[in-house]
Design a protein around this ligand. Structure first.
Ligand code: G3I
Length: 331
């Protein structure tokens, strides 16, 4: 079979996966990721909390190792401004001190990696999970420091520090077809318009694509939303694709078939939109998935382990891999 990267390239799509240190440490996993991906997103090593465990630390070694591993394969930075990755030392600062620390983080981090990253998720999840703030913005240190203006501020400072990286606004749950998803989709359109009206540098919108079959979904409706987003002349990246299988049968062949069908139907709709340029899964092998980490944290003896990704724990392809090849082939 062709690799996912090769099949996607035929369809005008750059296919890739998120990657963390565990992959670099396991030759078989490294071989799978190298073979199948044409781009990598740094899963954890470029998050605020990892880079700056203390106020004076700047721990770039893990991300530098991923860049070295990637060689000529493009790498995406994830993520400069996120109200989630917030070490205690940051939260203990006064609002004025937070402003300085957050500005410094973007300036220093984007400068340090300037010219070496394909793109940055400059802002991650401005809305999700939403705390009912005006406009549905998520609260957190960035909102405390700058209000909703933190988004434009982050894009301007990242663009000034690294004129080469594409600058991406990344959001979760836009695929959910309920009031949460609807609020996030409306918020995204409003925010993109505001950024563009202000002349802020914005190259693409990342929609994570953590498919959650337990919630309503309308893949064609979502594709229509992507079409509307595309009228803003931004590229669209599916940035964290995987499929939660917790509501599917325990029987593995049936579960794998249901996961494959979710990938098939989602990609069939999304790939009808020309502005969609990238499809990136959130890890590539089930054993590396955040769903597995969560399951093992919940129950170290868990026997029903999640199977959300195109390859299994022994790096063998699953029906979802074939579903993805088919979707790329039909574009
Ligand atoms: O690396 C440390 C390790 O040294 C330490 O011993 C261990 C125990 O504390 O923690 C390890 O860091 C963990 C890290 O994943 C690497 O495995 C963090 O605790 C853990 O919180 C972190 O979880 C990540 C989560 O984002 C929060 O950053 C997940 O791996 C990652 O898959 C998840 O990814 C997010 C995206 O960034 C945004 N969209 C949603 C997506 C899924 O939640």
């Amino acid at each position: 079979s062709p690799t996912l990267a090769a099949a996607a390239a035929e369809a005008g799509i750059t296919f890739g996966t998120s990657i963390a240190g565990d992959t670099l440490a396991d030759p078989a996993q490294a071989a799978l990721y190298r073979r199948e991906a044409a781009i990598f997103t740094v899963d954890y090593a470029l998050k605020f909390g990892h880079l700056r465990p203390t106020e004076d630390a700047f721990e770039t070694a893990d991300a530098d190792a991923i860049l070295a591993f990637a060689g000529s394969t493009p790498v995406r930075g994830h993520t400069l401004a996120w109200n989630e990755s917030r070490p205690d030392w940051l939260m203990a600062l006064s609002t004025a001190e937070k402003r300085k620390a957050l500005d410094r983080h973007i300036d220093e981090t984007a400068a340090y990696y300037a010219g070496r990253l394909h793109s940055w998720d400059v802002v991650n999840e401005p809305f999700w999970p939403g705390h009912g703030l005006p406009g549905g913005f998520r609260d957190g240190p960035w909102m405390e420091a700058f209000g909703e203006g933190y988004v434009e501020r982050a894009f301007r400072r990242a663009g000034a520090a690294d004129p080469h990286a594409r600058l991406v606004l990344n959001e979760a749950m836009a695929e959910r077809w309920d009031e949460t998803g609807a609020a996030i989709r409306a918020g995204l359109l409003r925010l993109v318009d505001r950024l563009q009206d202000a002349g802020a540098p914005l190259d693409a919108v990342g929609l994570q694509g953590h498919l959650l079959p337990r919630y309503p979904h309308d893949d064609n409706g979502f594709a229509d939303f992507l079409g509307e987003l595309a009228t803003r002349r931004v590229d669209i990246y599916i940035t964290e694709l995987d499929a939660d299988d917790s509501t599917f049968p325990n029987d593995i062949p049936a579960r794998d078939a249901a996961v494959a069908a979710r990938y098939r139907d989602f990609l069939a709709a999304v790939l009808t939109v020309p502005a969609v340029k990238m499809v990136i899964t959130w890890q590539l092998a089930d054993s590396a998935s955040w769903y597995e980490h969560a399951a093992r944290e919940e129950d170290p003896d868990a026997t029903r382990l999640p199977r959300p990704l195109p390859f299994d724990a022994r790096f063998a392809p699953k029906p979802a891999r074939d579903a993805m090849l088919g979707a790329f082939g039909r574009r």
